[in-house]
Structure formats: structure tokens, C-alpha cells
Write a protein that binds this ligand. Structure first.
Ligand code: COA
Length: 147
């Protein structure tokens, strides 16, 4: 399995199985998508950014049905964590719907903690998770406001 930043050439491969069905070209251009490749096919992708209160945030992850339950999502998350660890970020956030048993189990088994519940995005509640990226005491990076 190859894990790397997506390029525009990956877009058709992503779009072929993307259940979230978005035009992801702008995110690709901004360097916010990681892809997993198996046998030269896009097996899965993950989007990450700092759109959540400036915090590292994994927003969408989707794996091609053909390649599920082979560790693709786990490897994509590991790469996102590495990117922000290398930036010395203290925390990374992600979320899933309260009926997504696969993702809820994944977060619980991989060191994520529940950080909140967001209602009114869709019928199911969105459960927010957080993971510490180092062993240090939290200092809380300030959210920057223009004054
Ligand atoms: C959720 C999803 C991303 C998982 O991708 P995946 O590559 O199959 O997941 P992995 O193989 O990396 O498995 C991750 C963990 O979930 C578990 N898992 C994966 N599929 C599972 C299933 N169908 N039933 C039970 N557990 C499952 C694995 O056992 C693994 O557990 P572990 O890490 O503790 O060993 C994939 O099913 C998907 O794209 N679903 C549709 C989109 C979606 O729900 N995205 C998430 C929205 S936040």
C-alpha cells in the first residue's frame, strides 16, 4: 500500500467511490487530501485541514468497497497524525455520526477520546473525537483572532 498526498490525477479515482460525492479538486490543490493506493488504484482517501478552530481536523475518510477491512483507513489516519505531529501540533480532531459503529469502534481502539457532540448537522448526531499527538502537558495553542 502506498500512502501519499493526492494529486489532481487522483481525482477521478477518488470520485469513483466517494460516498460524500464532493468536487475535491480544490482540496487536492491545497494539499488537504491523502490517498492510499493499492495495485495502482485509489483504495481510499482522507481529507484534513485546520478549518476547525485552527485545529488539525480529519474531516472525511472513505475507502473503496473493494479495499475495505485491509487497514486502509487506519493507515490514512496514521499519516494524518504524522503530518500534524511533525508540525508540533498537540491535538488532532475528527468526528463521525453516532450510528457509524465502525468509526466509533476505530476511535475507541486507537487512542481517541470523545470531545463533544454536535447536533443539527444531519439527522444523526455528530460525535467529535480528539487524540493527543505527544506526551506533553497540554498548553493549548491559542486560536488567533484579528484585533
Ligand atoms: C469506515 C471506513 C472508512 C473504514 O475503512 P477500512 O479501510 O475498511 O477500515 P480499516 O480496514 O482501516 O479498519 C479500521 C478498523 O475498523 C474495523 N472495521 C472496518 N470495517 C469493519 C466492519 N465492516 N465491521 C467491523 N469492524 C470494521 C477494523 O477491524 C479496524 O479495527 P482495528 O483498527 O481496531 O483493527 C469504510 O468502511 C468506509 O469508507 N465507509 C463509508 C464512509 C464512512 O463511513 N466514512 C467515515 C465517516 S466519518
Amino acid at each position: 500500500m502506498i500512502i501519499r498526498e493526492a494529486t489532481l490525477e487522483d481525482f477521478p479515482g477518488i470520485d469513483a467511490f466517494d460516498v460524500f460525492a464532493r468536487d475535491r479538486k480544490e482540496e487536492i490543490k491545497r494539499g488537504e487530501i491523502i490517498v492510499a493506493l493499492i495495485e495502482d488504484k485509489v483504495a481510499g482517501y482522507l481529507t484534513h485541514n485546520r478549518s476547525f478552530y485552527d485545529r488539525p481536523f480529519v474531516q472525511f475518510v472513505c475507502v473503496n468497497k473493494e479495499f475495505r477491512q485491509r487497514g486502509v483507513a487506519r493507515r490514512l489516519y496514521e499519516q494524518a497524525e504524522k503530518i500534524y505531529k511533525d508540525e508540533n501540533a498537540e491535538l488532532i480532531f475528527s468526528s463521525t455520526e453516532d450510528d457509524n459503529a465502525i468509526m466509533l469502534g476505530f476511535f475507541e481502539r486507537h487512542g481517541w477520546q470523545k470531545s463533544g457532540v454536535i447536533h443539527n448537522i444531519q439527522p444523526q448526531a455528530e460525535i467529535l473525537f480528539v487524540k493527543k499527538l505527544n506526551q506533553n502537558e497540554l498548553t493549548f495553542e491559542p486560536v488567533h483572532y484579528r484585533v
